[in-house]
Design a protein around this ligand. Structure first.
Ligand SMILES: [Fe+2]
Length: 249
């Protein structure tokens, strides 16, 4: 399998490229609008063809490039069936793997950051979205988030995976790229080291995070699988990046 961890700096999002060498097919997990051309260039340079874009959840901090990529190369839009988005082509559910050549992605319902959030497991790798981050987790104060639910998703479902499972999160704000289930079980400051649900709920309550600056535009944009709403103010236009135009160009 070909594998690349790609970074989008405006929202500090990691996009994951998985490619099947035998069939030449590829998928992207959580691609981001401003970097859609870069992602496509990398896919082409590897001799691959993009078949799917896969979302972990309806993002509040960036707009997906799923629709743009579909327009450009005909890739199918895959995402949680629970979100019931009319624009989703492939509806993902736990217990129903997404198979692409030799790549098998197992969807795991991991609610708490959002109620319909999914992580995806590929053998000994876990793409944990905004559920489990490196020494952290996604916020639980917006978008149907719930700290107790996230605690259960992580401690009961993700922490039951083998310790050596590699954890690839959807974000990191400090340049860290990968962790493991074993490491997060021990070292995650919010819910590792045997922290109780009550500890975790208190920690999340006390975070007092700022209102997400792009959420009011990102949610409608992502409910349409990647449309930049017309009312995005000038200071947030970088999140939309003129479609069809390279940011580097
Ligand atoms: Fe998120």
């Amino acid at each position: 399998m070909l594998f690349r961890q790609l970074f989008e700096p405006i929202s500090s999002t990691y996009t994951y490229l998985l490619g099947c060498e035998e069939t030449g097919q590829a998928l992207l997990i959580d691609p981001v609008l401003p970097t859609w051309e870069r992602d496509l260039e990398i896919i082409r340079a590897l001799g691959l063809r993009l078949r799917y874009t896969v979302e972990t959840h309806i993002h509040a901090d960036h707009i997906t490039s799923a629709r743009q990529l579909k327009q450009a190369v005909g890739s199918l839009i895959a995402g949680p069936a629970l979100d019931r988005l009319a624009c989703t082509d492939a509806l993902l559910e736990e217990g129903k793997p997404l198979q692409l050549g030799s790549i098998r992605l197992d969807p795991l319902h991991t609610p708490g950051h959002t109620d319909n959030h999914f992580s995806y497991r590929l053998g000994d790798r876990l793409f944990s979205g905004d559920a489990l981050l490196i020494d952290g987790c996604g916020r639980t104060d917006f978008q149907s988030g719930d700290a107790a639910t996230l605690y259960r998703s992580i401690t009961q479902k993700l922490f039951s995976l083998p310790d050596e499972t590699l954890v690839y999160p959807a974000h990191d704000y400090e340049g860290r790229r990968v962790s493991s289930i074993g490491q997060e079980k021990v070292r995650n400051a919010r819910l590792g080291g045997g922290k109780s649900m009550a500890d975790f709920v208190r920690i999340m309550d006390e975070l007092k995070l700022d209102y997400p600056k792009f959420i009011d535009h990102a949610l409608p944009g992502n409910r349409a699988c990647g449309v930049c709403p017309p009312d995005v103010p000038a200071q947030l236009q970088e999140y939309c990046a003129e479609v069809g135009k390279s940011r580097q160009g």
